[in-house]
Design a protein around this ligand. Structure first.
Ligand SMILES: CSC[C@H]1O[C@H](OP(=O)(O)O)[C@H](O)[C@@H]1O
Ligand SMILES: Nc1ncnc2[nH]cnc12
Length: 290
C-alpha cells in the first residue's frame, strides 16, 4: 500500500462505490456527534479508500442537519490523508451545462447557523481559507474525469446556500453577480472543516441543472436533478476509481498537512483540557509535539 488514504465524500446520487476491493462498512465514533453513516473501507489499487455517503445511505440526512464536523473528524480518525468530495450542483454559467463535471477552486459561504469550526473558547485558532482547495488533488480529479471518458472544467466558484429550498430567481441572479458559477448546499462548512483538520480537500462537482436564473428558464426540481445525476453517476464512479489508481506511489507532503502551524492563538497554559480531548484527531499532531 502507498501512503495515500483517500477519503471520498459521496454526494447526492453516490452512496457507495463498487470498485473498492475488500470493502467493509465500519462504524466510526466521533466526539462531535453522529457521522452521516458508517464508512466503507477498502482499497483501490495501491490506495486505501474510506468512503462516506454525505447524506447517509438512502439520502436520509438534509444539508442543514448533516453533521459535517462529525464527518470530517470520522474521516480523519479513519486515517485519511486527503479528501475528494463529490457534489451535485446547479450551474450559474452558460459555460457549464448539465452533465459537465467541474472542479471547484473558490467558495462563497452563504449558509446560516451551521456549526462551521472545530475551534472556539479554550482553543482559538484561525486557519487561512484564501485557497480553500488542494490544487494537486483538484488537478488530479479533473484528469481522472477526462481519462474516464468525460469532460471536466477546472476552477469554479461554488456558492454554498442553506436550502433545503432551491433559490428564488432573484437570488440565483444575485449569486451570478457575486461571481459564483455553481451552487450547492453542502460544500460549506465541509471545506472549512477539512482545512481545520489539516486534510487537503478537493470538490468535484457534477452539474445537474441551470438553477433558475435564465430568461424563460424552467424552475429547478429534484426530478430533473435525479435524472441528470443518474446519467452522470457511472462516470463519477469511474472517475473516482481512475483518480485512485493514478495517484503516484509516493505522497509528497502538502502545506495543508500543517495548516494549524500558524493558526492557534490561545496561549498553551490557557488551553481547555476538555476541548483538547475532543480535538485529539483533528489537532492531535500539535499536542503530540508537546
Ligand atoms: C438532490 S438536490 C439538492 C442536493 O444535492 C446536492 O447535494 P450534494 O452536494 O451532497 O451532492 C445539494 O448540495 C443538495 O444537498
Ligand atoms: N440548483 C441547485 N441549487 C442548490 N443545490 C443544488 N444541487 C444541485 N442543483 C442545485
Amino acid at each position: 500500500m502507498s501512503e495515500w488514504t483517500i477519503g471520498i465524500i459521496g454526494g447526492s446520487g453516490l452512496y457507495a462505490i463498487d470498485a473498492l476491493e475488500d470493502a467493509q462498512w465500519i462504524p466510526v465514533q466521533s466526539p462531535w456527534g453522529e457521522p452521516s453513516d458508517e464508512i466503507l473501507c477498502g482499497t483501490i489499487g495501491h490506495v486505501r479508500v474510506r468512503f462516506l455517503p454525505r447524506h447517509g445511505r438512502g439520502h436520509r440526512i438534509a444539508p442543514s442537519t448533516l453533521n459535517a464536523r462529525a464527518n470530517i473528524d470520522a474521516l480523519k480518525r479513519a486515517g485519511c490523508t486527503d479528501i475528494l468530495a463529490i457534489s451535485a450542483v446547479g450551474s450559474l454559467s452558460e459555460d457549464l451545462p448539465p452533465g459537465r463535471f467541474v472542479t471547484v477552486d473558490q467558495f462563497i459561504d452563504n449558509t446560516r447557523g451551521r456549526p462551521s469550526s472545530f475551534f472556539g473558547d479554550g482553543f482559538v485558532a484561525h486557519v487561512s481559507m484564501a485557497d480553500p482547495v488542494c490544487e494537486r488533488l483538484a488537478k488530479h480529479a479533473a484528469k481522472a474525469v477526462v481519462k474516464a471518458g468525460g469532460e471536466c472544467a477546472e476552477g469554479a466558484t461554488y456558492l454554498a446556500m442553506e436550502g433545503p429550498q432551491f433559490s428564488s430567481r432573484a437570488e440565483s441572479r444575485l449569486y451570478r453577480h457575486w461571481g459564483a458559477e455553481v451552487i450547492g448546499m453542502t460544500g460549506m462548512p465541509e471545506a472549512k472543516l477539512a482545512r481545520e483538520a489539516e486534510l487537503p480537500y478537493a470538490l468535484l462537482a457534477m452539474v445537474t441543472d441551470y438553477d433558475c436564473w435564465r430568461e424563460d428558464g424552467e424552475a429547478v426540481d429534484v426530478a430533473q436533478i435525479v435524472e441528470q445525476m443518474n446519467a452522470n453517476s457511472s462516470l463519477a464512479r469511474k472517475a473516482v476509481e481512475v483518480f485512485c489508481r493514478n495517484l503516484p506511489e509516493k505522497r509528497t507532503p502538502s502545506p495543508i498537512d500543517r495548516a494549524l502551524d500558524d493558526a492557534v492563538i490561545t496561549a498553551p497554559d490557557k488551553h481547555d483540557k476538555a476541548v483538547l480531548a475532543k480535538l485529539d484527531a483533528v489537532a492531535g499532531r500539535l499536542f503530540r509535539q508537546g
